[in-house]
Ligand binder design. Sequence first.
Ligand SMILES: [Zn+2]
Ligand SMILES: [Zn+2]
Length: 455
Amino acid sequence: MLPKLTCYGGVGEIGGNKFLLEDKGTKVMIDFGAGFADGAEFFDSGIEPRLVNGAGDLFEFGLLPEIQGLYSEKALQNTRLKHSSPEIDGVVLSHYHWDHTGRIGHIDPEIPVFCGETTSLIHEAYSDSSGSPLDDHPVRKFRTGDKFSIGSIEFEPVHVDHSIPGAYGFLAHTSEGVLAYTGDFRFHGPAGSMTDDFVAAASNAVPSVLLTEGTRVSGRDSGANMTENEVLSEASKIVQRARSLVFSTFRGNDVDRINTFYEACHRAGRRLVVSMKMAILLEKLKQDKRLRVPRVGKDVGVYVRRKRTGKLDDKDYFPWERPFLNHGVSALEVRKRQRELFLHLESWNFPELIDIRPDRGGTYIHSATEAFNEEGEREETVIRNWIDHVDFRYEQLHASGHAPGAQVGDLVKRIGAKKVVPIHTEHPRLFLGFGGGKDWKLELPVRGEPISLGR
Ligand SMILES: [Zn+2]
Ligand SMILES: [Zn+2]
């Protein structure tokens, strides 16, 4: 039987990547994430799948594939699928974003997860604080240059640049050709050349199938593509001219953005103050000699919000939080030193502003994607209300984690695979605009229908 690839997620949607690769009796799941809009027709507005029903509430709406030998006993406890010993040999993970990891928690804990060393450090940070979908699984680590085999398939991970460190694409060498999978990528981050390394390695391998993301293949590319470097120069100007507190909302595991704001603060003589969750991540990542991250305490302070008694007592905090109290900055201290600080504050944490009571005229930097759907617009309205309430200036500043459409087209041409399968995109058909024809064939994925890796 020819090797085959079946897409169970990431089909006509951004995120939710789940791909089963089978060859000569070996079965490997590549990523197992939750889609951003996964089941939003049923699970929205406070309606959530019940944890007690394991994977059952997700099966009901086809949000998870019913695959024998994949799930844990707990995930199947109330479903028609019976638990059996694992038939899947491993999960290969591209990077630690929820839309790639989010459903791993339902997988049988005997099935190992293969991920990059940096990803395993990120996993440990989450595991120690709020829990991680990889908890309970054996974790097998790799780095660029390492090859590893799962059964009859040899995997060659190659780093790519993305908005989280430790992101990889893969070349999977099967008995009948190579599958190239991009994971999520961009070229405009500080490590953009890593994506070029992936493209070169993939092109060299002459893949039969290229599985590529196309988040920003949308037909409405404005051409604007802010780089992380441009974010840094804009941020530096904003921080320099700020007269009162500066605070910002950005993804807590985007290490490039942490470095960007750290550097902007350094230039302006301010101190960056991060959340405890970001602090534990930075502490873990400093073990990674190839990453550059600010040091907790020395380079950045840690914001301490009131909990339980509200008196900032040691006992009010979890054991993992307590070491950070030494570098702690309370709301009162933020108020006292508002001209010297730059605070990372997620929007769910905005009520802290009530304690901080910053002077009017400070600056807020919204450093995330601009709203692109109704839910995002609602969130933006609420954020703007808070910013108006404290009478701050609102700035939007962000570099995407994904390559713009034209650069995805360029990647497709440079790699030169025989078949191109667009995933992690709402507009797979737009890949037709990248050419194809005699050089390569566009294969639109259909959820649950296998694609052959042979010719
Ligand atoms: Zn993704
Ligand atoms: Zn991602």
